[in-house]
Unconditional design. Structure first.
Length: 211
């Protein structure tokens, strides 16, 4: 015959098992729900990122309609960093690349569009809402149109601050930020100019100008 203690022991064990099973069901349900939400929202988020990037690329290279990412087999450093700019009739009109020069407050993400004649089409530093950490009222002025317009049509030999022998006016009291962007653009051209397309019609293979 089972004693009262035995009944309590069996009942307590049953309750523990029931509690564990309940928690397991809740966890599995939550995990399944999170997985479903992730599978639904991830494509939407990724599409939003692609759309925003495409808009930014078109800002720096208005004559281009398509931006073909250049990915070299075995070189992951170019991923999301370099694009071939293609116009509405399929002509390769230049490249767009991204650089991250170190400014006063941190890296300054900057898009640079380069035409096939190696002249700058436009540049676009990130804004504060996009992560720019430069000083408000000073370094952040690298995003002002007058500063960015100075780079239009410039070749690499001219892309330096005037105080360094170039043609770019520095922002008053923000020389570090001004020089960071200027040097970033110049060094970016040095690095990526070899990827300027040498064929006019669109194709999947791209031949560097300088191997």
């Amino acid at each position: 015959m089972l004693s009262a203690v035995d009944f309590k022991s069996k009942d307590g064990g049953y309750m523990k098992v029931k509690m564990v099973l309940s928690l397991l069901i809740v966890c599995l349900t939550a995990a399944g729900l999170l997985s479903w939400v992730y599978s639904v929202t991830t494509p939407i988020i990724e599409e939003g990122i692609r759309t925003k990037l495409d808009e930014q690329l078109k800002v720096v290279f208005p004559s281009a309609c398509v931006f073909d990412p250049l990915v070299v087999e075995g070189d992951t450093l170019l991923r999301d960093t370099l694009w071939i700019a293609i116009d509405s009739v399929g002509n390769k009109v230049g490249i767009v690349f991204k650089v991250f020069p170190m400014g006063y407050g941190g890296p300054i993400e900057t898009l640079v569009a380069l035409a096939t004649d190696t002249g700058v089409v436009a540049i676009r530093p990130a804004t504060p809402s996009e992560g720019l950490k430069e000083t408000p009222g000073l370094g952040v002025r690298i995003t002002e149109p007058w500063f960015m317009k100075q780079f239009r049509g410039k070749k690499i030999k001219d892309i330096q601050l005037k105080k360094d022998g170039g043609t770019i006016d520095a922002i008053t009291a923000a020389t570090i930020s001004s020089r960071a962007v200027t040097e970033g653009v110049r060094k970016g051209i040095e690095k990526y100019v070899k990827w300027l397309p040498d064929k006019k019609k669109i194709g999947r293979r791209f031949t560097p100008l300088n191997k």
